[in-house]
Design a protein around this ligand. Structure first.
Ligand code: ADP
Ligand code: ZN
Length: 731
């Protein structure tokens, strides 16, 4: 072992804490010494805080006054590669290291010693006396099947005090057990349930396996139409990784998808992998964090934050649906999990597989340029074929106002109903109607906190702001002119579409799939299963349905408003529409029967709509790439957004103007600064927002320049500034 890797008691060590300080602090190594990378508890003022020993101390402080580390925690020290990853990610995203470290320590109770704990699960029988509180406890346990919880978790979830649970334990209705806090995950068997791959699939899997065996970093773009077997193929890469004794991470864009995926992994490898996302309990998170660090969790399925788990020997990261916008964290630390996956893998010699039917333009360009390996699956597995896509020219349809299902689409649905097949009507808007207008004065009801209109949600009987989540009851009278009974919905949302469908097909069984209509991921999963098994004739859904669910009986997809995403100034509007339309259409015809996708549009001649219909993906990407190259925007140029916000509008503009006037550091690298301008949503949660946009050449050292530029200013009062490197959305 390198002697620099161990610090004897009393030696000075530099500790990076998770506290918002702009430097590391020196401490004395604790009794027994500590390793570089050790997780430690250190005193900071009157508090004890978590930190990591980053290296030798600076020694620029009176040794006698340096305080010792309280203790080193009983967890595996952070690996060099993880420290390097956090440093580079911090540099890239212009995020302070303490905020990065926080992402890497998001497991509560890390500092607790390993020990036994009591857990609670469903016992036998009924309580002698049923109370509301008791019923809630039992319902909670029932809802989670056979799972067990700590007292704190269970009582919080059921909204009862601990004594209610204890009362049930006395009667044997709830069982109390002792278990070790953190148990390893079951071994996965790479050679268990593999499918017989088709020729194409097998060749693709071979290439991926060879990559894994090389033990070197490399990224592969795995492109294949929905249903072509991408998942089957990358599971073979996971298997190879397991055979090599390395760990694998599979990132999914949507928590709702994990359940279906877990079942598949279990069928393939004989046991469940670890599951990491915001819906997982605190206790389970801590277990995963620790087990991943000890190599006792071989495969993790997770959301983007799983990238920051302390893998012992990470060999593969799969980013499924790599084009999905939810990989971009747009709150707190602004990072793109897809890009960070590539960074992390390049540091630890792992492979990355980016899987998608409709890759992001960035990845497509990287693959074309040879930076990424490119693999393709061109046909659907088995008898399934891609649906035929057609436009419905809405200019020629006879449709009254406040109706959105055209006669042509109606006929197509009728045919499905007669044949006992399913139809999906897709609209990418939650709620009943996006706008509520007063027919007396023309006032549109807006959010008090944001510059956004409130969306009527009829199931909730409330107006909801989709920016800040604020809700209020639907008023009787117009808030502006106070006339009663004149408020009217304008435009369709998924709920309103359901109403129209119900009136067109009163006999049909409808299912509405929208993320806000299900209480929990579990309820959503059940809803999806019921539909997949034929529990509905017509599915009415938002974006949620576009993401990877299998509906074998579905043969028709009707897109209510294919033009929706084309409006707006977002540079990725075309790309997004193209991806979304193709994903949605891909839901149809996934088994023997051929599917059809009908796109209602007022602009069938629009180049994007034409590209979608023709199915000429490569042609579309080429044209889109050419346009972006011409405009010097990503992936051919670099961009960064600066968002300033404060309760006081003058203050934000003053700072915005000051930034624009002092843009020397940006000009020095040949970058252009645009703005300040009100952000597209100029007020959110009562804070006024102003944005500046930076455009630079691809090779320009944009991070350093930004740091210098922004660093000229001290932020006063309640003003906030965030830098968004490679912004994905422009709101
Ligand atoms: P994708 O990830 O490209 O959408 P999947 O891997 O989910 O495709 O495959 C679509 C469906 O076809 C899944 O139900 C999968 O199990 C099945 N499938 C794909 N390839 C095979 C195969 N070689 N043998 C059996 N079933 C397969
Ligand atoms: Zn709001």
């Amino acid at each position: 072992m390198d002697e620099q890797d161990f610090f004897d008691q009393g030696a000075l060590v530099a500790v990076q804490t998770t506290q918002p300080l702009d430097r590391m602090l020196d401490y004395k190594a604790p009794e027994g010494g500590c390793f570089r990378g050790a997780f430690v508890e250190v005193p900071l003022g009157p508090r004890k805080v978590l930190g990591v020993v980053w290296g030798a101390g600076r020694g620029d402080f009176d040794y006698a006054k340096v305080r010792p580390v309280n203790r080193a925690l009983d967890v595996v020290p952070m690996r060099d590669e993880m420290r390097a990853f956090l440093e580079r990610a911090a540099e890239y995203t212009l995020t302070p290291l303490h905020a990065m470290l926080r992402l890497a320590t998001r497991a509560p109770g890390l500092s607790d010693p390993p020990s036994m704990r009591k857990i609670y699960r469903l016992g036998k029988g009924e309580p002698d006396r049923q109370t509301d509180a008791r019923r809630r406890v039992l319902e909670t346990l029932h809802e989670y099947g056979g799972l067990a919880f700590t007292l704190k978790e269970l009582s919080e979830m059921a909204g009862v005090t601990g004594s209610v649970v204890k009362g049930l334990v006395k009667q044997g209705v709830v069982r109390e057990e002792d278990t070790p806090r953190d148990v390893p995950f079951l071994r996965l068997d790479p050679d268990r349930g593999g499918k017989d791959l088709t020729g194409d699939q097998a060749a693709t899997a071979d290439t991926l396996r060879a990559g894994i065996r090389s033990g070197n970093y490399g990224t592969t773009l795995l492109r294949g139409v929905t249903g072509s077997g991408k998942t089957e193929v990358y599971l073979e890469a996971v298997a190879e990784c397991l055979r090599m004794g390395r760990q694998a991470l599979v990132l999914l864009p949507e928590i709702a998808l994990t359940a279906e995926f877990l079942t598949r992994v279990e069928a393939r490898f004989g046991a469940k992998p670890a599951e990491w996302h915001s819906g997982v309990t605190m206790t389970e998170r801590r277990r995963i964090w620790k087990m991943v660090g000890q190599g006792c969790a071989q495969v993790v399925i997770g959301a983007r934050s799983a990238l920051f788990l302390p893998f012992q020997n990470l060999g593969l990261i799969v980013v499924d649906e790599e084009h999905d916008t939810s990989y971009k964290q747009d709150d707190g630390v602004l990072y793109n999990a897809r890009d960070m996956a590539v960074l992390r893998a390049s540091i630890c010699g792992a492979r990355v597989v980016l899987a998608s039917a409709t890759p992001s333009l960035e990845s497509w360009v990287n693959a074309e340029a040879g930076k990424y390996e490119k693999l393709e699956l061109t046909s659907r597995f088995g008898p399934a074929v891609l649906p035929e896509m057609k436009a419905i020219d809405m200019r020629a349809e006879d449709l009254p106002g406040s109706r959105w299902i055209s006669p042509s689409l109606k006929q197509a649905v009728n045919r499905r109903l007669e044949q006992g097949e399913q139809s999906l009507l897709f609209i990418n808007r939650r709620g009943y109607a996006p706008v509520t207008i007063c027919r007396a004065c023309g006032h549109q009801i807006g959010c008090d906190q944001c510059d956004a209109r409130m969306v009527e949600h009829r199931f909730l009987k409330r107006l909801v702001c989709h920016q800040c989540g604020e809700t209020k009851p639907m008023p009787e009278a117009c808030p502006s002119c106070h006339v009663e009974g004149k408020l009217a919905p304008v435009g369709p949302g998924v709920e309103r579409l359901a109403e129209e469908a119900q009136s067109l097909w009163p006999e049909a069984r409808l299912a509405v799939l929208s993320s806000d209509l299900f209480g929990s991921a579990r309820a959503l999963k059940e809803g999806i299963n019921t539909i997949a098994e034929g529990g509905a004739d017509i599915i009415i859904g938002t974006q949620l349905v576009a993401k990877g669910h299998n509906f074998p009986l579905l043969t028709l997809v009707g897109v209510i408003d294919a033009d929706l995403g084309l409006q707006g100034s977002d540079l990725r509007a075309a790309e997004r529409t193209f991806q979304l339309m193709r994903q949605v259409a891909g839901r149809a015809g996934r088994s023997e029967k051929k599917g059809e996708a009908l796109l209602q549009t007022f602009q069938p001649e629009h180049p994007v709509i034409r590209a979608i219909l023709s199915g000429d993906e490569v042609g579309f990407w080429r044209a889109e790439a050419e346009e972006r190259r011409h405009a010097g925007v990503p992936p051919f140029g670099r961009m960064a957004g600066i968002i300033l916000s404060a309760p006081d509008v003058q203050q934000v503009f003053d700072l915005g103007n000051a930034l624009a006037r002092n843009d020397g550091p940006m000009r020095a690298i040949g970058a252009q600064v645009f703005g300040p301008a009100p952000a597209p949503i100029a007020r959110v949660r009562g804070r006024h927002r102003v944005r500046l946009l930076v455009k630079a050449d691809k090779g320009a050292p944009i991070q350093a320049a930004l740091a210098q530029w922004v660093g000229q200013f001290r932020l006063k009062n309640d003003i906030r500034l965030s830098v968004d490197i490679d912004p994905q959305s422009f709101y």
